[in-house]
Ligand binder design. Structure first.
Ligand code: SF4
Length: 511
């Protein structure tokens, strides 16, 4: 395989990059740093020469200092270009989020966005005009240099040496340059890791994946509440366990709180998809809060089962994970009659008043195989034990686990889109690992470590029931920036479940 070519327009930039690579003991055979010259004309001449008699370097990185256009960039920050444009040519850099994540983990402050290439130093006052094009940083070489990549994998890293408030020609020019070169040196080893991850891949998409009916309904409830009542609308706990969903709804005017004590009197409050205990409902009623319940109907069904078993005199073993909001809500239905069972070992601690009256229920997002071993242990100890009428582990959890198992068998690596507090997403990681494949949970492409991808030719992608479908698209696009990607849907089930909205939101006000 050819080495990575890193283009550095200036001698000081090339030297900073080489020092960074040497410090990380990256062999010269893996990365070649080339000084390509200052300005667009020299950059274009280098690219033309490089591709004159051959298809070019195959993969290309541009590394240097640059100017900030965005007000939230400071000297020493690093910009990874999502695209580069000189006004006539625009080149996309889809793997930018992967490199940006790697640089952040290396301790740098990083922003991803468009970079503009200009043909002369921009003067004081010209920044706003360029920023209006959407660019967050500016340089003088990246667009012509990327021509040498000829459509192959390419990245651009610019360390900020000047900002609109700290212009390039100022008493602080030298200090800005030194700070930027230090960041560039620190960034260099990540370029080598990016190069090691480059290659064509097959991507297997687990299907079903992403939003289930309960999550779609919960998000719609918050959106409709905002539309109907106006912002802010308070939401007790995260509406669903996903960082992107929560951030999007916060931007729309939702305020997420941990407890009702944080909700002002008279405010509108939504209960999350995971459900709440009767104590929380009672507190809301006591305070006359206007509530809308986004509890998933399948979670509400488990609550109803808990009430029924408890009123019939059963000890109810709830199989689930301590601290999860759904478990707390369900246990709250009949605290004196219920016991949490997290493992087979916990079954031995159950102390029913009548060993003939033991029932079990489950958290809806458990791994089916994990839960069944606990059910077996309960049945062994209490042969008369009874369970729910139909499975508590919901259809969406079951289908996503089947789908991840199907792709794990064929993949070198499985990426599960989902947040760290999402129970069903964590179970997908465990399910893939139990099938013998390395698996990682990622909130988005920036969480993917480039080292995971080195030497990996088939990547499986699954997504938890709370992960937006767009995240999967972003991951596939980022992998496409490392080389050609062929995607294949692996479908184990089709879903058509839909849940109705709560009555408060069905009754829309007349215009
Ligand atoms: S994962 Fe299952 S229980 Fe949870 S919200 Fe979705 S459908 Fe409802």
């Amino acid at each position: 395989m050819k080495p990575l070519t890193v283009c550095a327009p200036l001698r000081v930039e090339a030297s900073a990059l080489r020092r960074g690579l040497r410090a990380a003991r990256i062999p010269d055979a893996e990365v070649r740093v080339v000084r390509t010259g200052y300005g667009p004309a020299r950059a274009a001449a280098w690219a033309a020469q490089e591709t004159k008699d051959s298809p070019g370097p195959g993969m290309l990185a541009v590394g240097g200092v640059g100017g900030a256009l965005s007000a939230d960039l400071s000297v020493g920050d690093v910009v990874v270009a999502s695209r580069v444009s000189d006004g006539s040519v625009t080149i996309e850099c889809p793997s930018a989020p992967l490199l940006a994540g790697e640089l952040r983990r290396a301790g740098l402050r990083v922003k991803t966005g468009p970079v503009a290439t200009v043909d002369r130093l921009i003067r004081q006052g010209e920044h706003a005009k360029l920023a209006a094009t959407g660019a967050i940083a500016v340089d003088m070489e990246s667009a012509p240099l990327l021509a040498a990549a000829a459509g192959g994998p390419a990245v651009v890293v610019r360390a900020i040496s000047d900002t609109p408030g700290h212009p390039i020609v100022s008493p602080r020019t030298v200090s800005g340059g030194i700070t930027a070169l230090r960041s560039l040196r620190q960034a260099a080893p990540a370029l080598a890791r990016w190069a090691a991850a480059v290659g064509p891949r097959q991507v297997l998409l687990a299907s079903p994946r992403s939003f289930c009916a309960g999550v779609e309904r919960a998000i719609e409830i918050v959106e409709l509440a905002l539309e109907q009542y106006g912002a802010p609308v308070y939401v007790r706990k995260q509406i669903v366990h996903n960082a992107t969903v929560v951030a999007d709804l916060e931007r729309a005017g939702a305020i997420f709180v941990d407890e009702l004590s944080e909700v002002p009197d008279g405010a509108n409050v939504v209960f999350s998809a995971h459900g709440v205990s009767p104590d929380v409902r009672a507190e809301a009623a006591r305070r006359n809060l206007a509530t809308v319940d986004a509890t998933c109907p399948l979670v509400a069904k488990v609550h109803a089962e808990a009430r029924r078993f408890a009123s019939d005199g059963y000890l109810v073993a709830l199989i689930g994970h301590a601290g999860h909001e759904e478990v707390e809500g369900t246990l709250g239905e009949a605290p004196a009659a219920m016991a949490l069972v997290e493992s087979v070992a916990d079954v031995g601690a159950l102390r029913p008043a009548d060993s003939g009256k033991v029932a079990y229920l489950m958290q809806t997002t458990l791994a089916a195989d994990e839960a069944s071993s606990i059910v077996d242990a309960i049945a062994d100890r209490f042969p008369a034990a009874t369970g729910p009428g139909s499975d508590d582990i919901c259809y969406a959890t079951t289908n996503r686990q089947r789908a991840v198992r199907a792709i794990a068998a064929e993949s070198d690596l499985v990426l599960v889109a989902g947040s760290a507090n999402s129970s069903n997403s964590l179970r997908l990681v465990e399910t893939a690992e139990r099938a013998g494949t390395k698996a990682y949970l990622v909130d988005g492409p920036e969480d993917i470590q480039l080292g995971w991808l080195a030497g990996v030719s088939t990547v499986g992608i699954a997504a938890g029931a709370s992960a937006p479908p767009a995240i999967v698209g972003q991951i596939v696009a980022a992998l496409g920036g490392l080389g050609e990607v062929q995607t294949k849907d692996v479908v184990v089930a089709t879903e058509s479940v839909q849940f109705g909205l709560p009555k408060e939101l069905r009754q829309r006000p007349a215009n």
